[in-house]
Design a protein around this ligand. Sequence first.
Ligand code: KG4
Ligand code: ZN
Length: 344
Amino acid sequence: MEKPLILSIESSCDDTSAAVLSGDRILSNVIASQKVHEQYGGVVPELASRAHQQNIVPVVDAALVNAGVDRRAVSAVAFTRGPGLLGSLMVGVSFAKGFAQSLGIPLIEVNHLQAHVLSHFIKENDESVVPQFPFICLLVSGGHTQILLLRSHFDMEVLGQTIDDAAGEAIDKAAKIMDLGYPGGPVIDRLARDGNADAFHFATPHIPGNDYSFSGIKTSFLYFLRDRLAEDPDFIAKNKADLCASIQQCIVGFLVKKLEKAVKETGVKQVAIAGGVSANSLLRSEVERLGRRRKLQVFIPKFQFCTDNAAMVGIAGYFKYLKGDFADIALPPYARAGNGLAEG
Ligand code: KG4
Ligand code: ZN
């Protein structure tokens, strides 16, 4: 079979992205991030969908041009159906439907979380190494934290997950408490490099099994700062790097501890990380260390595939294309779906 050319579209949150893949090979991946939310300290849904509407045509155009692909050569259009912000999803979903219908080509719906995990199968060249089944993936995005066992591309068993906040949410909240701006994850990562991770200690909760909980860590960070600020109003300014390093170590340490437990229990020899928080430099180096300690093959995504991007939607779409798993034109987007991984 000739390799299909898949145009993919991601618009679930605040990044408008389009990519073109030839089979599992990436030809282009264009991402337009929305700056408008910074001044509000978080994503404003209405502004996000308006920005998607402005971005979608030029972003798709750039993806096709960068790939050197004429739109009439596209075999199918893959789009993120959910979970995410409904107004944002609606822009990508509507565009994908219009594009596919105008060319008479199939549509493929993609679950955003499955796409993050499947980003490990994107090939950039002949040397690209992809995971073998079964493997474990720690999925850490802004809204989800899950340890998954993959038996095949779409067979993802949830071994553990957060019972409250996501790790990314906890990091963003810690940054907000320190007034570091949004999204706080990358800022904490950068400032932490000059800090002492043992300067302050924040306790992690004892949660049974492979599950996580991050809301207590966030609260203890908040109360700790409230007490210190009462003694010294400049406490945050004077200790910023140490605070960032300490809270980052606490959250990353917890993530890796449960990941190691799951690896031990399953005996699986390949481990991957995915989602926005997998861009974190401490998490990346700690997972590498875990790999050396337990003799595992470790898969750390390139930065461009950690945070939201359409290439991951394209690879998930490609595997569905091979199965002939196409979507109906009437399909609506969904904001939430079961444990996040279930398809609506
Ligand atoms: O996967 P993603 O781009 O969007 C969702 O699907 O939610 O993840 C966004 C999350 C945010 O919480 C952001 O702060 C976090 O990923 N993030 C990071 C880093 N880069 C992005 N967290 C820690 N360190 C980073 N370098
Ligand atoms: Zn995401």
